[in-house]
Design a protein around this ligand. Sequence first.
Ligand code: ATP
Ligand code: MG
Ligand code: FE
Length: 344
Amino acid sequence: AAVLGLESSCDETAAAVVRAGDGAVLAEAVLGQEKEHAPFGGVVPEIAARAHLEHLPRLAERVLREAGLVPADLAGVAATSGPGLIGGLVVGASVGKGIALANGLPFVAVNHLEAHALTATLPGIASPPVAFPYLLLLLSGGHCQCVAVEGVGRYRRLGTTLDDAVGEAFDKSAKLLGLPWPGGPALERLASRGEPGRVPLPRPLLGRPGCDFSWSGLKTAVAQAVARLPGASPEGAKADIAAAFQAAVAEVLADRAAHALAMLPAATALVIAGGVAANAAVRGALSGVAAERGLPLVAPPPRLCTDNAVMVAWAGAQRLRLGLSDPLGHAPRPRWPLEEMAAA
Ligand code: ATP
Ligand code: MG
Ligand code: FE
């Protein structure tokens, strides 16, 4: 039996069908909303909610068709129900509940962060499969955390950001460099043409005890470097700033990850998740840290690092396997920390 997953917590509309037993991805689709939000330089919640409403029902039908299934064949329906933008969450949860109700299926209200956290356990991502406990670095647009993942629903936060999320730092720095939104991938492309050693940038919290993060000072330093650029021929100079920014982020993440691994001696792997985990410089720096400890770095393929519904279906499948589902009255939660999962 398979689980239908729906994702609509931010600006990706996504649906997927995943086989519950072996995690085989039977169908998946993601629609971005770059065109809708780019003119505003960021996600506009009301526009995002309307776009989800327009596209999600048809996307759900499409993945079911591609999987060769009708809703009655499903083991359950899983929809991201937080954290995220409330309008999009209400759309996704309501579509999911409708399909569940019409077909007598269990509904799972999926925590988006749990979905990112458990992506590494999707069969085929790591071989041998990753085992609990593992150290998760959640590197996304809204979060930057070190988490001990001790089981499905069992998360212990070891460190977090004191200010911005790391994806936010990428997006804000990209904007300062004049790159189009969304900035993370654009900054990575620009950095590939730059020289990281030409612009000195700070390494916030490097070497400090614990595994917290701070990115706002780095972003301010990028703003100052951009302000110092001469009027003429700034293209290569901008690439140098992008490369220096990315190198600073990668070095800090490596340092923080090393500290976090020391706080979780039982860790079987270093796992990364979230959109920034798609970044090659970040992946490279963290694979070095993992190797030093003799641990594998488990990094999902980039399409499963950024928002997707495969991870939602898979998180739903694992909760269903534990006998967990949610009432149709479950209210989507704009704020929903991972630590509150155990109580659910
Ligand atoms: P959260 O998961 O915390 O709710 P989110 O769902 O918006 O936030 P994700 O979709 O997981 O976040 O990640 C999006 C973030 O990842 C954005 O900030 C984006 O700029 C960043 N990102 C995506 N690809 C890359 C890349 N190649 N390099 C750096 N950053 C990237
Ligand atoms: Mg997005
Ligand atoms: Fe996300």
